[in-house]
Design a protein around this ligand. Structure first.
Ligand SMILES: O=C(O)CCC(=O)C(=O)O
Ligand SMILES: [Fe+2]
Length: 237
């Protein structure tokens, strides 16, 4: 029996009681709708092979290889491996792997002409503590903007930008553009627009890059495994 439960006040939904390997179209339509409505969808307790994960991911759109070639699965370029080969030959912790996604709030692929609509992770190994993923709703951030800022964004309704990647806002003088970016960055995380995911082995989590930000906590014991398969998904063309 499929059960649907809200997680944060304005973001996040958990869909339990399903096996994504055998989900029919009507069941998938319910998950897809819940994901669109709540930005982040958690499906716990899955036991998947790579092909199961890819087949399920393709129901959301076109799965594309991530531009970062270093962390691609050697045989399956559409799969990015998170947390694998964390220690170099000299035994030193590779911070780019350990802290991937933990440098700040972001949305994936904002540097691309056509950013990923979704990113989906499947947890293969989780540490005993730490290693959560934080999510925040851009709808909540937009709704909480003062009317004066909303007016300035009129014509570009969604609050979509990546503070670590944005250069300037087209049509504004540089100081004005910097000031608006600073103000939006300050307002992008609303307390009740947040959800923090504590991973369990077997969790699938998908987030909507068009209307949410996320960041890895990046704080788990480095000697423990924290491993995910990851896919980047675009709209099917
Ligand atoms: O590992 C995580 O918690 C999220 C990492 C991240 O930002 C990503 O996969 O896009
Ligand atoms: Fe990310």
């Amino acid at each position: 029996m499929m059960q649907v439960r809200r997680l944060g006040p304005q973001i996040g939904v958990e869909i339990s009681g399903v096996d994504v390997r055998t989900l029919d179209d009507a069941g998938f339509a319910q998950i897809y709708r819940a994901w669109l409505d709540h930005n982040v969808a958690v499906v716990p307790d899955q036991t998947l092979e790579i092909d199961d994960f890819l087949a399920y991911s393709r129901r959301f759109g076109q799965v594309v290889p991530h531009p970062s070639k270093m962390t691609r699965h050697p045989e399956r370029p559409e799969i990015t491996l998170l947390g694998v080969n964390k220690f170099g030959a000299d035994g030193a912790l590779d911070l780019a792997i350990y802290r991937r996604g933990a440098e700040g709030w972001h949305t994936d692929g904002a540097y691309d002409e056509e950013p990923f609509k979704a990113t989906q992770l499947y947890a293969l190994a989780v540490p005993s503590r730490g290693g959560d993923t934080h999510f925040a709703s851009m709808y909540a951030a937009y709704a909480a903007l003062p009317p004066r800022v909303k007016e300035r964004l009129e014509g570009r309704k969604g609050l979509y930008f990546d503070p670590g990647k944005i250069l300037y806002i087209d049509g504004l003088e540089p100081p004005e553009s910097d000031a608006l970016i600073d103000e939006l960055t300050e307002r992008m995380i609303q307390p009740d627009g947040e959800y923090r995911h504590r991973w369990r082995k077997g969790d699938i989590v998908i987030w909507d890059n068009r209307c949410s930000y996320h960041k890895a906590a990046g704080d788990y014991p480095p000697e423990e495994d924290r491993i995910h398969w990851r896919v980047s998904i675009k709209e099917r063309t």
